[in-house]
Design a protein around this ligand. Structure first.
Ligand SMILES: C=C(O[C@@H]1C=C(C(=O)O)C=C[C@H]1O)C(=O)O
Length: 379
């Protein structure tokens, strides 16, 4: 490389640094505005996440980008990342308290990670929260006295037992709710233990989410919906979307969405371990999709085995879903063993037709994810 070109390059790089610094100032300005939005939302009780505003803003910026000869996807990516930052910043000012005269909240299992997250959100919304953990039952009568809401978030395998044995003496108008990832049995146990308002909740996220914006909370109605409607509204203010479901259908879906999926991820990990796969080496040869897949498998093993055992063992019906999967795996293996390439292709086409429009939609979505996996590489 000759001197002159290098000097030219250095000059351009200085200009780029200058533009990036301007970008930083603009980002600061945007974050300050978002903080103001957060304060206004807090006092008005407006949800942190505003999907319509986001959609219309993205559409306008995409159009403008197009007319400036900038890729619309580029501005969309940048704005989506900024909006994620906004949710975290808006959270700092706290949330409007929807129910002023509730009395306190008791979180049963308050030391668990999900219990801590919900306690934090409730405290950020002005509620007084008391926790009960497994060693605190001797004081429970005093803790429950005057409670307006009791949230049960203990391991699945003891949930029904705790409800049945410990939650029969709650104040009459107190709301009893649970956060268990299965719903039918805990809901029935709550309805039997308590004659006041009852609601089953299933937050469809782990405790490591930075914000509840865009997350889903499944609601299975129990009794006296009018009495706990404010709680659903409060959760919406935190940014989450409420999805109503019937307990039995929810549990059936969980056999596929959770039990079978986590189980196959578990087996994938077992297989890598038994094969003594060299992860460093695999990563070197990995495409972004493989890296993403490995990350999804690896992240399971960074978490609590008890939690996954609970989820997988929670419903007897999950065995059938998992065993059907094994049958399909075996059938597919037979195609391979018998060299039946044609059968493979035909099966593939059948499944593709069954996915229908979802297949291209998923391809599109995953492309963006894969690109960000690639962006994260630093060598
Ligand atoms: C800033 C707001 O809150 C959120 C963040 C947005 C942003 O960063 O642009 C847009 C919509 C909301 O989901 C708002 O409501 O305007």
């Amino acid at each position: 490389m000759n001197e002159k070109t290098t000097a030219g390059l250095e000059h351009l790089r200085d200009l780029i640094d200058g533009v990036d610094q301007q970008l930083l100032h603009l980002l600061r300005k945007r974050l300050d505005l978002v903080a103001q939005v957060g304060a206004v939302k807090h006092s008005a009780g407006v949800p942190i996440y505003a999907p319509q505003r986001e959609a219309s803003m993205l559409a306008k910026r995409r159009d403008e980008a197009q007319s400036m000869n900038i890729s619309p996807q580029l501005i969309e990516d940048i704005l989506r990342r900024l909006m994620r930052e906004s949710y975290l910043n808006e959270k700092d000012v706290g949330f409007k308290q929807i129910k002023q005269d509730l009395g306190h909240v008791v979180v049963v299992g308050g030391q668990g990670k999900l219990g801590q997250l919900f306690s934090q959100m409730l405290v950020l919304s002005g509620y007084e929260v008391k926790c009960i953990d497994k060693n605190d039952w001797q004081d429970s009568a005093a803790i429950f006295d005057g409670a307006g809401l009791v949230i049960v978030t203990v391991p699945i395998n003891v949930t029904c037992e705790v409800i049945r044995d410990k939650l029969t003496q709650l104040p009459e108008n107190c709301i009893l709710a649970d956060l268990t990832s299965i719903k039918e049995a805990p809901l029935a146990a709550m309805l039997a233990a308590h004659s006041g308002p009852v609601v089953g909740l299933h937050p469809m996220f782990g405790p490591d989410v930075g914000s509840l914006a865009k997350q889903v909370v499944v609601v299975c109605h129990g009794r006296h919906q009018d009495a706990y409607q404010w709680l659903l509204q409060q959760i919406e203010i935190w940014g989450a979307r409420i999805v109503e479901a019937e307990a039995e259908r929810h549990d059936k879906a969980m056999q596929l969405v959770q039990a079978m999926r986590h189980f196959s991820t578990f087996v994938y990990g077992v297989n890598l371990c038994k094969e003594e796969a060299d992860i460093d080496n695999l990563l070197q040869f990995s495409s972004p999709i493989y890296r993403l897949e490995l990350a999804m498998v690896g992240r399971l093993f960074a978490q609590d085995p008890e939690l996954y055992a609970d989820i997988i063992f929670a419903q007897p019906g999950s065995q059938h879903a998992i065993s059907d999967y094994l049958d399909n795996y075996r059938d597919a293996l037979i195609m391979l063993q018998t060299g039946n390439r044609q059968a493979f292709v035909e099966q593939f086409q059948r499944v593709a037709a069954w996915f229908g429009d979802f297949a291209p939609q998923f391809q599109h979505e995953s492309r963006t994810m894969l690109q960000s996996v690639n962006d994260m590489k630093s060598s």
